[in-house]
Design a binder for this molecule. Structure first.
Ligand code: ZN
Ligand code: CU
Length: 489
């Protein structure tokens, strides 16, 4: 143990990320790693912080993001995450990844959520990894390759049909190459128009290289409403046939007639977990957000507009009010707003709580970083779990919340030496005030930063301090640890 370190945090209340009970002690950092934990009165450091009364946790891992582009464009894009204590983001979700694809025409929704055509310029995953290394990033990034991205490219935009054998072969080859260049898995978004015509067999055929590469299968399932149980079965069948762990994105029961059905979905997932590796993430809000799709609107589900190319002034307004002002119905109003984004108030709070509290879940924001008026999950998710759900609602202890944001997430995704506070681990850390921590972002004011986050370190370097990004970019591309597999829950 070195006697002189870069940093020592003294007398902190330590949550080590394992879910075990908090304890008070010191944590030392040297050379980007944790150099000691416990009573370190015999050690000194260049910088010492008196952390009495403050909570110290591993940096939070955002299990579900669309930060593919945000990690490339600095604090203006990624401030929403580091201000909440997030130190690692998982990108390339819902079948949408910025690489590998080059488009010269605007890609169809929902691909446009992460960037207009100028951003689709990574011929290979290796090019994306290279750009990330060249620009540097505040946070660590783990990346999946998106099925929708591969499909739009391999099928030349003609996606309203199952893929042909040659197209499947091309997608499989693209995935295989990307895994060799540092991607960690394959994501699908079978609910979305560019992927909904893909058969289960198509997904299995493309996903085949995951097995040899030790990659993960991650999915925004084909259905999160009436046919959700069938969608879970399809997901687990894909995992079984490919022979890899599966991760279900933003688990929810959508639309009023499905409220309460998380009792069924969780029971089914528990049954599968006895024989297969499966887990899921969840965000702490009863509203979803994605591209605006007029054909899927319903009168009984309120919708807020998050952005609109022809009508940017409508961002933040309710679709029903816009329709009334235009003297038309919601479907016609939505058509006039396209291309656009939406928030749908389509979930039940009891389902959100049941899924969040379930031992198989981890926390992921699903934040959409480039929307004019984003869903508040982008700026609020992690602080909301710590403040609202732990302290105000009492849904579970702080130890459990932090485990679902750190150690459990790292184990599921194979993120080595992170998500825990122990000697030798990478020094990704967040210091916060457990009494004051809370989300401030709301549906009306969605970009207010969280409160109570005091300082955030990535690989031992402060990235957020005194309420602002420091400008440092110590983040790295992380590739899934191929040896380590979490046991079935
Ligand atoms: Zn999704
Ligand atoms: Cu998503």
């Amino acid at each position: 143990m070195p006697l002189r370190c870069d940093l020592i945090l003294r007398d902190a209340t330590i949550f080590d990320g394992t879910g075990g009970a908090r304890f008070s002690g010191d944590v030392a950092v040297a050379g980007g790693r944790i150099a000691g934990v416990g009573d370190l009165s015999g050690m000194s450091a260049d910088r010492e912080i008196l952390a009495a009364g403050k909570a110290l946790a591993p940096g939070f891992i955002d299990a579900h993001t669309h930060d593919d582009r945000a990690v490339l464009c600095g604090p203006a894009c990624i401030g929403c995450k580091i201000s909440q204590g997030v130190t690692t983001v998982l990108v390339g979700n819902c079948g949408v990844s910025l690489a590998p694809a080059r488009f010269t025409v605007p890609p169809p929704p929902p691909l446009d959520l992460i960037g207009a055509e100028g951003w689709w310029r990574f011929d290979s995953f290796g090019d994306y990894a290279h750009e990330l290394a060249r620009r540097g990033s505040e946070v660590n990034t783990m990346a999946f390759v998106g099925h929708q991205t591969l499909r739009v490219e391999a099928m030349g935009g003609d996606v309203s049909r199952p893929a042909k054998d040659g197209e499947i072969a091309r997608m499989r080859e693209r995935l295989k190459q990307s895994l060799a260049e540092g991607a960690s898995g394959f994501s699908t978004g079978l609910w979305y128009p560019p992927a909904m015509h893909a058969t289960t067999e198509e997904v299995i055929a493309i996903a085949e290289p995951l097995r040899g590469a030790g990659g993960l299968y991650v999915t925004h399932m084909r259905d999160e409403g009436e046919r959700i149980l069938a969608a879970i079965e399809e997901t687990l069948l894909i995992g079984k046939r490919v022979g890899v762990p599966v991760h279900i994105s933003h688990h929810k029961c959508s639309l009023p007639e499905n409220f309460g059905r998380s009792v069924q979905t969780l029971a089914l997932l528990e049954a599968y977990a006895r024989t297969q590796d499966v887990a899921f993430d969840v965000y702490p809000y009863p509203a979803s957000s994605t591209a605006l799709m007029p054909e899927r609107l319903r009168e009984d589900v309120p919708v807020m507009i998050t952005w609109s190319v022809p009508h940017p002034e409508m961002a933040g307004r309710m679709l029903a009010d816009i329709a009334r002002g235009w003297n038309t119905d919601i479907v016609e109003a939505a058509r006039r707003l396209l291309p656009a984004g939406q928030i749908s108030f389509a979930m039940d709070e009891e389902d959100v709580r049941r899924i969040l509290a379930h031992p198989m879940s981890v926390v992921g924001s699903d934040g959409i970083p480039h929307d004019a008026h984003p869903h508040p999950r982008l700026w609020g998710t992690f602080a909301r779990v710590l403040g609202h759900y732990v302290r105000d609602v009492g849904l579970f202890p702080l130890e459990t919340a932090i485990h679902k944001m750190t150690g459990r997430t790292a184990a599921l995704f194979g993120i080595e030496d992170r998500g825990v506070i122990r000697e030798g681990a990478h020094a990704d850390l967040v210091l916060f005030d457990p009494v004051r921590v809370r989300d401030r972002a709301t549906f009306a004011e969605p970009t207010l930063p969280a409160e109570g986050i005091e300082e955030v370190w990535v690989n031992g370097v402060p990235v957020f301090a005194n309420g602002a990004p420091t400008g440092e970019k110590p983040g790295r591309l992380i590739t899934r640890n191929r040896a380590e597999r979490p046991a079935a829950a």
